[in-house]
Design a protein around this ligand. Structure first.
Ligand code: ADP
Length: 252
């Protein structure tokens, strides 16, 4: 199992003391479908902070890795269950300490941490500056997830659903030129394998039992801020300024 490509890629030698990531870490939390990837990608561009999504990393890795370990991970992701903390932590260490861009001002984490254990271990690797939690009603999340599409090449998120009720005002997020083709790279839009109703419900269950407790974890640290994005991408400027003033209020 330890000879798999994944482990080779992610293994940090136990004999070496793990280093400490010195730049600010921004954590984006929230249930599947809430939009954290979409907002995170925009923040990343504007703030020149790379974004790292553990889910996207796993999906890319699973495309080619056929090892036993990859097959076990594939089964978990396919069923909508969380992957074990040990594996995820190895992926995260590897990403934090192999800085792709030395001039980056920090890093945005999308979909990590997802358990209190992951958050505790992350605190040993670097300093989380702020944790922003996005929340939405469950029926809205289910509808958004069912409408979610992404570019198969560059993974830019799109959405075909229109949600207009009870104060929610979300227009579809579609490519401008051709509804089936990504504006940015010309890739085909696809629906993720785990965006089916049965798997969506399981992911939401996993979220409630294992990830929601993180809200209290970051509240106690005084670095928690939240937002309900009722208007989809239209909310982006408000999210950015709320986060910006929150980070400023925390000081150095
Ligand atoms: P979403 O937020 O829409 O559920 P992600 O792309 O973040 O999607 O994650 C997809 C899947 O990858 C999760 O359902 C889970 O199986 C796995 N995964 C991603 N990040 C983590 C993590 N930090 N811990 C455990 N499993 C993870």
């Amino acid at each position: 199992m330890f000879t798999s490509t994944l482990m080779k890629r992610c293994f940090w030698p136990f004999s070496k003391k793990a280093p400490f990531y010195k730049k600010p870490i921004l954590v984006l939390m929230g249930a599947p479908g809430v939009g954290k990837g979409t907002y995170g990608k925009r923040l990343s561009k504007e703030w020149q902070m790379p974004i790292f999504s553990t889910g996207e990393y796993l999906r890319n890795m699973l495309k080619t890795d056929k090892s036993d370990l990859a097959n076990q991970i594939r089964a978990l992701v396919k069923a909508g269950n969380l992957v074990g903390d040990e594996i995820i932590m190895k992926i995260m260490e590897r990403r934090l300490f192999n800085e792709e861009n030395p001039t980056a001002k920090g890093i945005i984490l999308d979909g990590f941490p997802r358990t209190v254990k992951q958050a505790e271990l992350l605190d040993k690797l670097g300093k989380v500056k702020a944790a922003m939690n996005f929340f939405l009603r469950e029926d809205i999340l289910i509808e958004k997830l069912a409408g979610r599409r992404e570019c198969e090449k560059c993974h830019i998120p799109y959405n075909i659903s229109t949600i207009k009720r009870d104060g929610y005002d979300m227009d579809p997020l579609l490519p401008k030129k051709d509804v089936a083709i990504c504006d940015a790279c010309g890739g085909k839009l696809i629906q993720r394998e785990d965006d089916t109703e049965k798997i969506i419900r399981n992911r939401l269950r996993e979220y409630k039992s294992k990830t929601a407790p993180l809200e209290d974890y970051y509240k106690k640290k005084g670095i928690y801020v939240e937002f309900e994005p009722k208007r989809g991408v239209t909310d982006y400027p408000e999210i950015r300024s709320k986060l910006d003033s929150f980070i400023k209020s925390l000081g150095k």
